[in-house]
Ligand binder design. Structure first.
Ligand SMILES: [Zn+2]
Length: 288
């Protein structure tokens, strides 16, 4: 609990939920869920700003394509140098080993890596198979001409596949009711983040409130803000923490409340993040 190189949220939701057998597997995202994410992101951005400006000002499509491939390679190398070889990442490897957890990673974009934690070897096999399927789906989608998808689905087209979403949900131990609804909504273009936000707001208007335990992980969206199956997982982790680690359950409860608040304000959170990213891009380009 003292090690500041891992976020409390990641300790509870990812490491300890698997360690205490609440879920068979969990994942967090690098660099976003590292304590020095801003600093690392800025470092990588800075080293790529000239390449980015060149791409933005290149009109020739073929040349532009080649420049993009080169930039991806460069980001890959910077990711290795600044993230995978960092003390912060070493802390993750150390604690995974110490807690008897296996680790499997998948790069979903040049600068975004998902890190999965689990105990059982078979989970690792299922994950590797899933990573393979994800690559195949992406390849198929990118080869289609004139495809019109919202940006979020162009970035993560595998979310259109109900089979992919269901298998991942099952590996992560998410309740079936929630996975089913999420998969159906994603495949039919429904904005899931908007749906959960509206459900919470409607509950409050009716004088009711969500069950914080249903929001056991920040990577998860329950089918309903009072889903009992989801709440069982949150309660199980909360109780395990209370029994084994003094003071940890109170900290976890604060995180649960934060998860509810994020879900309630999803549309606003996403909008302000987009504005931040856009202004950051403008800054980078302007100073080149
Ligand atoms: Zn549910």
């Amino acid at each position: 609990m003292e090690d500041k190189r891992i976020l409390d949220r990641v300790k509870f939701e990812d490491y300890l939920s698997v360690y205490f057998d609440v879920r068979p597997a969990s994942f967090f995202t690098m660099v976003a869920e590292l304590p020095n994410a801003r600093e690392l992101g800025a470092k990588i951005d800075l080293e790529c700003k000239d390449d980015l400006a060149l791409i933005m000002s290149t009109r020739d499509i073929q040349l532009r394509g080649e420049l993009i491939i080169e930039l991806r390679k460069k980001i890959d190398e910077l990711f290795k140098k600044y993230v995978l070889e960092s003390d912060v990442f070493k802390a993750h490897e150390y604690w995974a080993k110490k807690l008897g957890l296996r680790m499997e990673m998948d790069k979903v974009r040049p600068s975004i890596c998902e890190v999965y934690l689990f105990k059982d070897k078979n989970v690792g096999k299922r994950l590797k198979n899933l990573f393979y399927i994800r690559r195949e789906i992406r390849r198929a989608i990118y080869q289609m001409q004139n495809i019109s998808l919202p940006p979020s689905l162009l970035a993560y087209p595998e979310e259109l596949s109900s089979k992919f979403v269901s298998e991942l949900g099952s590996i992560l131990g998410y309740p079936e009711c929630c996975v089913k609804r999420y998969a159906e909504e994603r495949a039919s273009g429904i904005y899931v983040e908007g749906r959960i936000s509206e459900q919470i707001k409607n509950l409050r208007m009716a004088g009711d409130k969500p069950n914080v335990f249903s929001f056991f992980s920040s990577n998860f969206i329950p089918h309903d803000p009072k889903c009992e199956k989801a709440a069982e997982l949150g309660i199980k982790l909360y109780e395990a923490l209370r029994k084994h680690i003094p003071g940890a359950h109170q900290k976890y409860y604060v995180i649960l409340e934060e998860n509810v608040s994020t879900a309630e304000n999803f549309p606003e959170v996403i909008k302000s993040y987009r504005q931040f990213a856009e202004s950051r891009l403008r800054d980078l380009l302007m100073h080149t």
